[in-house]
Design a binder for this molecule. Sequence first.
Ligand code: BEZ
Length: 364
Amino acid sequence: MAELQEVQITEEKPLLPGQTPEAAKEAELAARILLDQGQTHSVETPYGSVTFTVYGTPKPKRPAILTYHDVGLNYKSCFQPLFQFEDMQEIIQNFVRVHVDAPGMEEGAPVFPLGYQYPSLDQLADMIPCVLQYLNFSTIIGVGVGAGAYILARYALNHPDTVEGLVLINIDPNAKGWMDWAAHKLTGLTSSIPEMILGHLFSQEELSGNSELIQKYRNIITHAPNLDNIELYWNSYNNRRDLNFERGGDITLKCPVMLVVGDQAPHEDAVVECNSKLDPTQTSFLKVSNLFLGKLTEAFKYFLQGMGYMASSCMTRLSRSRTASLTSAASVDGNRSRSRTLSQSSESGTLSSGPPGHTMEVSC
Ligand code: BEZ
């Protein structure tokens, strides 16, 4: 049925005089995605099929925002709160969003048969080109959480020309050392898989606080019909290789990166270390507390603005008044600049910032 609709669109809108095949292709893609608001697709890859859901209408010459979720979640449970957050709307309306579900994590996914070889995180990263090829997108801004952040970072290392920016939340770029393995094995003796995954997603303080949010996620994970699949993704995460970032070396992220960590997150040290290994002229570091979505949204806006994708007129009055010292050598559209300075203050704390072009720590 979807195939039929696609054919109809191209027939009803023949090439306009002077329209290039590229423009026609873009128009066709726009129409296809318009039909596909929030529609889920699957593509075959060398490592099995991968499912993704597309929202929004493509804007010419703009990258797609591509998200990758953490273990124990899928795109909806991981990103819906952020992407449906009110202040986020003025940002995302300018972009197509492609939300990838790790294999077996999509809603209604059947449980993999016993002995199924789940892809490694590196192989999950290698599935992404098939998604972009299907949608005919040449570049992305990646937004990943935990395992998803690792996958997008690996993808960016392998395909630097296709990644315009990365927002990496709670990334741990290191392989587990033997001490981590010993601790992991010990925890495994006394804890169930859902509890171990919750320990990855939340801090001990948050877990023992047992807030409504924690109860919600505990419930989702414990009663997930695809818990066996979740365990396979969890195992791949725990067997990840070291990303081997080295400051000033060959193995580094070449695009602007916003590293984000919750101030109680179990991964704080890993993110801080990651920050120390990346190019300080390209990396900003954001530590957020309870006001997570508000702060994250605001920081995301600055990040996009630094890449030339958000006019300052798109920023809320509140944001503008807080950013008297925000500099962004960027134009409204397309003409991106790599010169970015984020220097903010917020009502909930003092934000320290380095000199222009340096990595800074923003505590909100
Ligand atoms: C989005 O608009 O990108 C979105 C909508 C629902 C869930 C997740 C993302």
